[in-house]
Design a protein around this ligand. Sequence first.
Ligand code: ATP
Length: 386
Amino acid sequence: MIRLDGLGKRYPDGTVAVGSLDMEVRRGELVALVGPSGCGKSTTLRMVNRLVEPTSGRIVLDGDDVTQVSAVELRRRVGYVIQQVGLFPHLTVGDNVATVPRLLGWDKKRRRERVAEMLDLVGLPAGTYADRYPHELSGGQQQRIGVARGLAADPDVLLMDEPFGAVDPIARDRLQGEFRRIQSELHKTVLLVTHDIDEAVRLADRIAVFSEGGRLEQYAEPAAVLGAPANEFVADFVGSDRGLRRLAVQPVEEADLVHPPVVRLTDRAADARRTIAGAPEPYAVVVDDAGSLRGWVAARTLEQCPPDALVEEVARRFGETITLGEFLRRALSELVRHDAGWLPVVDGERYLGVLTPDAVYAALRRTVPGDGGVDATVEQPLLRAV
Ligand SMILES: Nc1ncnc2c1ncn2[C@@H]1O[C@H](COP(=O)(O)OP(=O)(O)OP(=O)(O)O)[C@@H](O)[C@H]1O
């Protein structure tokens, strides 16, 4: 959807903000640009909508070279959301959202409908909010309006420069969650500049790590940037706690599971006890005849009941389950929240195994190359650095 070919910007004072950048963004993909201050992220972003004129190279949008097209044409195709929101203070929320549609000459009715649709999308109904002025909104609400405005002309591409930068961490978390929902509905092609590596990890399909002069040091999925940094620069930038960050992007896999003894609802207590005997932990998982998870039982409980009693009379339910493919962060958080040794993993109803705190730890270490350092031999199939 976006191709940058040898894109460069040298400012008149001689500063080379971006040397020569080659990069591609797929349709519907959200790419986060991260890197230290002054490395050329914002300049790159602004070249895509030509707020900054490139001094070399080309920008190709959906197959069209837009390096020369008019700014108005580009605004229709490329939405823009910035940190300080940039809402016009003297215009109502509705008129702010309608800015680009008005520039494009949409009639009043179409604008009004679109404003209502966009305000609904960001959770601020037009009936309540369209006629307010920006100063009558909270910071978080203003940022939502910024997103609504960026999307109003239904652009193919959305550029976001620190869009959630100016709000407190809780509002930010909520805005990120909402934006994820919006993106999962709209599938825009998004370029997002952020200082916050956790935001990049949370939102991005791929992360582009820049160093000074707009050099692309690594361009890969979040799990690869965190688990297999391309070089020392990237490893330093994503931080020594990248192992923890990977909790948010590493899914629970079958290989992570532990398999304690399993008994059936219809087993007799004495048989169930024999099944557990010799296992490392004095507990068993309980399933029904179809293999669906029904709970757990302790060896001690089985010892205290008549040998002929059935497991179903004494089985207890698990507080929580997790599905294969969910992220390890939720697994760890449930284990901590329930102070549990086991978190059962299911696929629909079907019981697959349990996660333990040790298993979560092992899963995190599994694909970390080397010992907290960089392993240059690790394959980086998504690396697009040129
Ligand atoms: N108008 C300008 N004239 C001269 N130099 C500029 C201009 N705008 C930006 N620069 C320089 O270009 C380089 C890249 O700036 P840019 O804003 O793209 O970086 P950034 O990675 O977005 O930084 P930050 O994370 O701090 O926002 C910096 O050295 C900056 O000082």
